[in-house]
Design a protein around this ligand. Sequence first.
Ligand code: GLN
Length: 260
Amino acid sequence: MKLCIAHLYPEVLNLYGDRGNIRCMKKRLEWRGLECTVDELGIGAVRRSAAGVKTGTPGLTGAAGRSLSQYDLFFIGGGQDFEQEILLEDLRHGMADEIRAAVADGKTFLCICGGYQMMGHYYETARGVRCGFIGAVDLYTVGGEKRQIGNYSFRLGEESGGSIVAGFENHSGRTYLGSGVKPLGTVLHGSGNNGKDGTEGVRDRNVFGTYSHGPVLPANPAFCDKVLETALYRKYGKCELEPLDDRFELAAHEKAVKRR
Ligand code: GLN
């Protein structure tokens, strides 16, 4: 079995070591003898042409000729307000169409902070700039004066495995979920989506959105495996990943939970 991962906008959305999540997912597949490819698709990788959306013009890894429909799992990291604004034009020229189609097709997404906000209808920054985003998930974000910064923890919903995730958040955005989508989890300590309703992130179809930087996955192995199983299940049907020796990961997890 094999998973093809697309790392979207790595040259722009790359805060707090979020790319470490890619390495973690790749390693946890390879340690189980499963193949994993990773393509970095930056600005210009998808361009709408007169004949429709032309995909695969060489991305950062020269993934020429590959349509986004060939990918099983998409990763989008976090970014500052101005970096998110940079992407608006590129999203409008085809990438947003492709992302909406992939979400509707049940493909798996892991979206962190700014990348998570981007999946919603819009993000109105603290400076009042309104970024019309992808609208693939029913949520919106409004920037606040005071940034939410610090170590935090939340419990995943049952459909995402129910484990505790320890992470780090740094965002001015307050995210509000539409009635039809569930949060990824409930806040145990810290702010989460908006510091008011006790929710953190989003879980909609196979989209996992979270404010958790870090990278979040290495010290939260159960969460990582849930994301991987979701993508494998969509591609191959029921899939149980065999357990790994997670002594080091779990020691880091305990420390992170206590650090809070
Ligand atoms: N710029 C967004 C905010 O401040 C996202 C920040 C991030 O990705 N860390 O809310």
